[in-house]
Ligand binder design. Structure first.
Ligand code: 1GP
Length: 234
């Protein structure tokens, strides 16, 4: 299946917002409960991966989920070890808010020959970290500095640079388990001036926060921790 991105574009044109649930391969032992939550919430997409994955359960987790739900799975890799040919698509993330060459292009060079031989739909995505009130794993592991919460103009300039470089989506990330999600004002500023789909995630724990991100212009909202813990509330 190689039509996931065209579906995302179609959704954007029609103003259809979508929800992605992030699955952490380290939570493999809790998979039955997570699948229960997924069936209840019925997200449009599933993302799999993370910046701090400590086992090799990714492949078997994807295969288990595929048996139980018919929802496209995107790899959301924290590094080049998190590749599974059993997923449908891969967010080819370049951490454009940072200045660490390893996460801008280094990991990509190592992964590209493997990806070229796979059937994964590769979606180049500009990944932008936004300050959230505490140090997240992605900030620490990537050794990059997030964009300050009140610097919407810097976030916009970064997102525009990503779009001009040919990236197909922008991901505004507060970080998994963020103290505060990406501010609505910053999402609004970026979404108003961007032409490609906008993903927003990190620290979104309830429907009110999800709605706020959608209203500010997110096309896809990502929720991980709150769903993992069964705490995603109305
Ligand atoms: C992390 O944006 C995702 O990359 C989801 O974050 O786990 O805080 O929902 P949470």
């Amino acid at each position: 299946m190689k039509n996931i991105y065209s579906q995302i574009i179609k959704n954007k044109k029609q103003g259809k917002k979508s929800l992605a649930v992030l699955l952490d391969p380290d939570m493999y032992d809790k998979l039955p409960q997570i699948i229960y939550q997924i069936k209840k919430i019925q997200p449009d997409w599933l993302f799999a991966g993370g910046s701090m994955v400590q086992n090799n359960h990714l492949d078997k987790m994807i295969l288990q989920i595929k048996k139980k739900c018919n929802i496209p799975i995107f790899l959301f890799p924290g590094n080049n070890t998190q590749i599974s040919i059993n997923a449908d698509a891969l967010l080819f993330l370049s951490l454009i808010s940072g200045r660490n060459p390893e996460f801008l292009i280094g990991q990509h060079v190592i992964a590209a020959p493997i990806l070229a031989k796979s059937k994964l739909e590769i979606i180049p995505t500009g990944y932008i970290l936004v300050e959230n009130g505490k140090t997240t794993s992605v900030e620490y592991i990537s050794q990059t500095k997030p964009i300050p919460r009140d610097k919407a103009d810097i976030a916009l300039a970064t997102a525009l640079a990503g779009e001009m470089l040919g990236m197909k989506m922008i991901y505004l990330e507060a970080g998994s388990g963020a103290a505060k999600p990406v501010p609505a004002k910053l999402i609004k500023k970026v979404s108003k001036n961007l032409h490609i789909p906008l993903i927003v995630g990190g620290g979104i724990r309830n429907k009110k926060q999800m709605k706020k991100a959608f209203e500010a212009g997110a096309d896809i909202v990502v929720i991980g921790t709150a769903i993992e813990k069964g705490q995603f509330t109305g």
